[in-house]
Design a protein around this ligand. Structure first.
Ligand code: SF4
Length: 426
């Protein structure tokens, strides 16, 4: 039996691409290899958004050199953001790599996989699947935030038509998937490049009617593109979860302008207010970058004030790091010391830990609907509609089920509870 190994690094878009590739390989009769050394086909699905990610890819490529020397028949493919227009250069640097595939473009690999597994029927279906799946609805990004390499590597925005996405989600639901997450670097601009110019709210409306599907999420939203129509869709469509990922990046207008984000802190505050008014149970996650070039102590304080005032459920914080090729790398001096960046990062983390602990403590005694994704250390785990991680014990097999769990213990990062048959108080 032919086998594959996919190594993935980076954003959910890459994870989605890898999941899709794995499903297609399994349809061709391939099985996941128990170890990378035993695989007939190895795919590195790469990310270069951060230098540290690129370094990990280079380390991985290095380790494959010897493997390829010992098993020359193993197919090694390099895919994802590292494979941009400079393929010739990559071929020269990594002569032992057989295929170079641009983000999400796996056809060449699938053709080769098919040729190598000719006796396997196309009707072989994928093995056990998770109850959750990612679905990419829009590729690329048109925004060119000054610190970000994505538009250069993933290209301009390109939406998948609604009919194609409906078909894809229907087939996932038929295979037992209960929750899908619609992905894009900026999902809120979904559809502007399609002939009928549908919006994300139209897509949500369409997918909401799919039988068997219980939950729909989407990420990531761009504050400048989040429309009242989309907020209304989240408020009114029963399968769309009350969870919005809305990166603010900074709380200071000058820094936001230097980042090229296209909104002010005041605009962002009002947007959060509108979302909370329309969807009172909503959980909002955000992203923040600290130590952006030129960020003064006072400007950093504006970010802290915004986070303290808006009290997010989750904050993903990163220290600014130069990404060669971006506008910020060309025009702005990375003048905040590593020590200072770490201090600011830690301050955000401490503040958020306190806020998340208070928000989660309010859930004590509530019964929440949890979609069970797996088992860890003897406990089932899954997520609520608001994306809270919940652990509970149960002898029965709960995988893939929607279980009502009464919250008995909370922390900033997760909830613990007991399964119940009582109604939801989410
Ligand atoms: S919106 Fe900005 S940060 Fe997000 S992918 Fe596009 S350019 Fe990068």
């Amino acid at each position: 039996m032919a086998s594959y190994h996919i190594w993935t690094i980076g954003c959910q878009m890459n994870q989605a691409d890898s999941e899709q590739l794995a499903a297609n390989l399994e349809r061709l009769g391939y099985q996941p290899a128990p170890e990378i050394e035993k695989a007939d086909l190895i795919v590195l699905n790469t990310c270069v958004v951060r230098q540290s990610a690129e370094n990990r890819v280079l380390g991985k490529l290095d380790s494959l050199k010897e493997l390829k020397r010992l098993s020359p028949n193993t197919v090694v493919a390099l895919a994802g953001c590292m494979v941009d227009s400079g393929v010739d250069q990559l071929k020269h640097r990594f002569p032992y790599v057989d295929l170079f595939l641009k983000p999400g473009q796996f056809n060449e690999l699938l053709e080769l996989a098919k040729a190598r597994a000719p006796k396997v029927s196309d009707s072989v279906t994928a093995s056990a699947h998770s109850p959750t799946a990612f679905v990419t609805i829009i590729e690329g990004c048109d925004n060119f935030c000054s610190y970000c390499i994505v538009p250069y590597r993933r290209g301009r925005e390109k939406s998948h038509p609604i009919a194609e996405l409906r078909c894809q989600v229907e087939s996932l639901a038929e295979r037992g998937v209960k929750e899908i997450t619609l992905l894009g670097q900026n999902v809120d601009s979904y559809g502007h490049d399609l002939p009928e110019k549908p919006g994300l709210s139209d897509l949500l409306q369409e997918l909401n009617s799919i039988e068997g599907l219980a939950r729909i999420r989407f990420l990531t939203s761009h504050p400048k593109d989040m429309s009242p129509k989309l907020i209304q869709a989240v408020a009114s469509l029963e399968k769309v979860c009350e969870h919005i990922s809305l990166p603010v990046q900074a709380g200071d207008d000058k820094i936001l302008q230097a980042m090229g984000r296209g909104y002010t802190a005041q605009y962002y505050r009002q947007l959060v207010e509108q979302i909370r008014q329309a969807i009172p149970t909503v959980a909002i996650a955000t992203d923040v970058i600290v130590g952006f070039p030129g960020e003064t102590e006072e400007q950093f304080r504006h970010t802290i004030e915004l986070l303290s005032g808006l009290r997010f459920d989750t904050v993903h914080v990163a220290a600014y790091s130069v990404r060669p090729g971006t506008l910020a790398a060309k025009k702005l001096k990375d003048n905040i010391s590593l020590f200072e960046k770490r201090r600011r990062l830690q301050q955000v983390e401490e503040l958020q830990s306190q806020i998340a602990s208070e928000i989660n403590a309010r859930l004590l005694g509530h019964t929440l609907e949890v979609l069970v994704e797996g088992k860890k250390k003897g406990k089932w785990y899954g997520r609520t509609r608001t994306d809270k991680l919940v652990f509970f014990e149960n002898d029965a097999n709960c995988l893939g089920q929607l279980v009502n769990v009464e919250v008995k213990k909370t922390s900033p990062w997760a909830l613990q509870g007991l399964p119940r048959t009582s109604p939801i108080s989410n």
